[in-house]
Design a protein around this ligand. Structure first.
Ligand code: FPP
Length: 238
């Protein structure tokens, strides 16, 4: 089976740059090129949902200049690529905390969402100022407010109803999460939604990730058996 939703932790830009004696910013720029290639490749491979971890709530702790490089790259990505993305029928959405983003960034993101809202091709979800714990805490806050206002009965809260308060309320859970750069962790990415995701960790740095890596990950996903806590199909049958 092909994964309907692939989520990617695009890691290793800094090490890619360091290995070449380049500044970290050059690694992030090369990372944007890899992102462009991956969006095209995922569309060509018939992937319905692609989520990319572009800036985490914890990335604010990086040096100011690096944070501003990453903000600038998001703006550049939207300004340069939005027309092509829209033309390809891709629908763009952002998950993450919006309130504390600079007004120009938020406006650009919302422009991209509005422009592509009617598109029916691939869905590109940009996790920006995103952290799973922050997302879950924000959802809990909304639930608590609704309970205090008397519009929600706490006894009725289920995983399904809780999920409707998350940023991903209209987005299916990822089938496959890929992380590049050889690190073996989730780093606060889609912790709720990834409960049953298959995980693939690749040694390459993100700027070196290409369509062959994506196709390879899809192929290894096809060989996985997903049980969601139940039994394998052959065990049920016997
Ligand atoms: C990890 O590399 C990558 C990030 C922190 C951000 C990912 C950003 C991009 C791919 C480019 C920006 C794209 C947009 C749309 C904003 P790292 O810096 O942690 O690498 P390292 O672990 O080798 O230092």
């Amino acid at each position: 089976m092909k994964p309907a939703h692939i989520a990617i932790i695009m890691d290793g830009n800094g090490r890619w740059a360091k290995a070449r004696g380049l500044p970290r910013a050059a690694g992030h720029r090369a990372g944007v090129e890899a992102l462009r290639r991956t969006v095209r490749a995922a569309g060509d491979l018939g992937i319905e949902w692609l989520t990319v971890y572009a800036f985490s709530s914890e990335n604010w702790s990086r040096p100011k200049s690096e944070v501003s490089d990453l903000m600038g790259l998001l703006k550049l990505f939207i300004r340069r690529d939005l027309a092509e993305i829209h033309q390809a029928g891709v629908r763009v959405r952002m998950i993450g905390e919006r309130e504390s983003l600079a007004a120009d960034i938020r406006a650009l993101v919302e422009e991209a969402e509005a422009l592509t809202a009617q598109n029916t091709g691939m869905n590109l979800v940009i996790a920006f100022n995103y952290g799973a714990r922050d997302e879950i805490a924000r959802a809990a806050k909304e639930l608590a407010k609704a309970a205090a206002a008397g519009t929600l009965d706490p006894a009725e809260i289920t995983p399904e109803s809780f999920g409707r308060f998350l940023d991903t309320r209209l987005i299916p859970d990822p089938d496959l999460i890929i992380r590049t750069s050889g690190e073996l962790r989730l780093s606060n990415f889609l912790l709720w939604q990834g409960a049953y995701s298959e995980l693939i960790f690749l040694p390459c740095y993100w700027p070196d990730f290409g369509s062959a890596d994506l196709a390879g990950a899809i192929e290894s996903f096809a060989g996985r058996e997903r049980r969601y806590g139940g039994l394998a199909a052959r065990e049920v049958a016997s």
